[in-house]
Design a protein around this ligand. Sequence first.
Ligand SMILES: NC(=O)c1ccc[n+]([C@@H]2O[C@H](COP(=O)([O-])OP(=O)(O)OC[C@H]3O[C@@H](n4cnc5c(N)ncnc54)[C@H](O)[C@@H]3O)[C@@H](O)[C@H]2O)c1
Length: 243
Amino acid sequence: MAFIINGAAGRMGRMLAEMLPAEAIAARVDPALANDPAAGTYSSLSEYDGPADALIDFSHHAATKAVLDYCLARRLPAVICTTGHDGREQAAIEEAADEIPIFQSANMSIGVAVLADLARRAAEAFPGADIEIIERHHNQKLDVPSGTALLLARRIREARPDAEFVVGRHENGKRQPREIGIHSLRYGSEVGTHEIILSTGRETLTLKHEAENRALFADGALAAARFIAGKAPGLYDMRDMLG
Ligand SMILES: NC(=O)c1ccc[n+]([C@@H]2O[C@H](COP(=O)([O-])OP(=O)(O)OC[C@H]3O[C@@H](n4cnc5c(N)ncnc54)[C@H](O)[C@@H]3O)[C@@H](O)[C@H]2O)c1
């Protein structure tokens, strides 16, 4: 199998390209790369019409329309690893999944997939608990809160449909029971830590995942690309892949 890497000049795109043998890279695409077909680099998706089994997107959410238009026109499965999509971009992803297979996860790590399941179960077990999420990332990260923190909060909301997300609590006043607080720390080269605190006032449960190396996200993206190549149209995530 061979994959198009979109966002290939970025941190994740470069890591993915380093992990793959040359024959598994159909094209490396990024506006920061020279358009050089002989080297397999392209400054935009429209420059590449060669063979590919799937596209892996580690670029920027603003590229979503271009990514979807390209994959729809070529009936190409897409793995959307990029985070920070606004409502319109997310709706476009869901609409495109009617026609092509799309795998989307704000966090490609298996550990985070397990953490999300544990968080939902814990919220079910402690229906009245205060829940707070703390996420820590490097100082270059663009989206706040992290896509993973939102993924975790949404999974918790499956157990608490009336939950209200409060991002970065900053005003005076008592915490409301239905709130899920989400707090973002940005410093140094921190790869990504997510912590969920559930407290009843009598006991506190803390669930925590620490990413130690970005390669884990590239591993997950590759597994996802192999998983959706040849699948029926639809929106897939880690739950589908891990069963
Ligand atoms: N799902 C996950 O597990 C996971 C893990 C890590 C990062 N991410 C997300 O992946 C994205 C990239 O992360 P990064 O750390 O590599 O960022 P980065 O800033 O290092 O790289 C992004 C790259 O995308 C390129 N780019 C920008 N606009 C583009 C466009 N329209 N088309 C093609 N390329 C474009 C930039 O030139 C840059 O080279 C971010 O949204 C990040 O949050 C997701």
